[in-house]
Ligand binder design. Structure first.
Ligand SMILES: [Zn+2]
Ligand SMILES: [Zn+2]
Length: 400
């Protein structure tokens, strides 16, 4: 388990989220309805194929987690019986992409979904959760938020964007020409027309009273919790079901692919999927990309062996098995047992190569005295240590 998943799971426990396991394979129609027919994901990136069942159902590998969680939530009748739920999921997702650093066709997501909470405090709590994750991982995360309105006010913003798109038709790329009618919010997402999009209308100028109050409350509560963020009016979600609060989180040291968390509110989704009118909000962490950020920030050092064991001779070889077991089980140490078929000099080189802190060397003489030769590979020193004191010697902190 990656350090990211490990820390995220520990946070989930403290924030009282329960794990939900969702299938990797679902009907294609689930994603068409929830992810949205007009998104790049459904249009271009899905691995979909016909099953060999009688109906030749078209199934797809999940490109994201939310649709499956919502389906499971409705199937279980929770939307009517017990609507307020806090879930997390983790696992591989699949999208047809041109593979590059930080972008893979099978990638790992860790996500959370909250149902039954329409209040702004919930949005703010999720932002504190993201801040806490950054603290846990020892990495600086930049949170950007926006509000994209709701069914009350978004149509006016949409109209304004269509108008803007038509006015700027000649300067927009071909993809954007299609977006103008099909999904005008995504005009703001365009990588090619990013500069031009700065002159586009802002959703914040079109918010209705209720959406304005919601957004102001999210900002106030998030600030009160000591969480830093910036408002980015150009931030829209490529997925159709988002309402009101949308957010993205960037990490440093990743270049262009620097978004490591994305999410927001989706108050209309559960109902659109055939459930009751229950609000929802969630986000997903791109674990592979966040791992690259941790590497770039050098906060995650791979653990290297505490010791490499080098037995000399047949009796020592047998004893080495027992010793390695004791050090691992009782000392909780990372131990690599080296082959005794090679010369000691080669084995010491091997111990250095794998980054071991110590080499534990012993032959018949040492066995008779119940001691080992303990070589500190960093300091270059060597001492004779009784086996009974070996765990203590291997566990002591390195001198700075
Ligand atoms: Zn464009
Ligand atoms: Zn509104």
């Amino acid at each position: 388990m990656s350090i990211i998943e490990e820390r995220a799971r520990a946070l989930m426990d403290r924030y009282a989220f329960k794990e939900i396991r969702i299938p990797a394979l679902e009907r294609l129609s689930l994603f068409q309805r929830s992810t949205g027919d007009t998104t790049d994901i459904v249009e271009k990136q899905m691995y979909a194929f016909s099953d060999r069942d009688e109906a030749e159902t078209t199934v797809a590998l999940r490109p994201e987690g939310t649709p499956g969680v919502v389906r499971a939530y409705i199937d279980a009748g929770l939307d009517r019986r017990d609507p307020e739920q806090r879930f997390f999921y983790s696992g591989p997702m699949f999208r047809r992409e041109r593979p590059q650093k930080g972008r893979y066709r099978q990638f790992f997501q860790f996500g959370i979904e909250v149902f039954g909470r329409a209040d702004a405090a919930c949005d703010a709590e999720l932002l504190t959760l993201i801040r806490d994750l950054g603290v846990e991982l020892g990495i600086l995360l930049h949170i950007q938020i926006n509000s994209i309105g709701d069914s009350e006010c978004r149509p006016k913003f949409r109209d304004a964007l269509i108008q803007w798109g038509r006015t700027n038709w000649a300067r927009l790329c071909e993809d954007c020409h299609n977006r103008i009618e099909r999904n005008p919010l995504r005009l703001l997402d365009c990588k090619i027309d990013a500069d031009l999009a700065k002159s586009a209308p802002s959703s914040l100028d079109y918010l209705c009273e209720a959406c304005r109050t919601h957004f102001d409350t999210v900002k106030r509560l998030t600030s009160a919790a000591g969480v830093e963020f910036t408002v980015n009016p150009g931030l829209v979600r490529g997925l159709d079901y988002y309402t009101r609060t949308a957010f993205e989180v960037m990490a440093e040291g990743l270049g262009a692919q620097n978004t490591v968390i994305a999410g927001g509110r989706y108050d209309g989704l559960v109902e659109a999927m055939g459930g009751a009118a229950i609000p929802g909000i969630g986000f997903a962490i791109g674990v592979d990309r966040l791992a690259l950020a941790l590497h770039a920030a050098e906060v995650v050092k791979e653990r290297t062996p505490d010791a490499a064991i080098i037995p000399i001779g047949e009796a020592a070889r047998a004893q080495a098995m027992v010793l390695a077991h004791d050090l691992r089980a009782m000392g909780q140490l990372q131990i690599e047992l080296l082959s005794s078929d090679r010369k000691v000099k080669a084995l010491l080189q091997r111990a250095g190569k794998i980054g071991a802190r110590f080499a534990v060397i012993f032959g018949d003489d040492e066995l008779a005295k119940r001691v080992v030769q303990l070589k500190d590979l960093k300091a270059g020193t060597q001492e004779e240590v009784p086996i009974s004191r070996l765990i203590g010697a291997l566990s002591r902190p390195a001198k700075a």
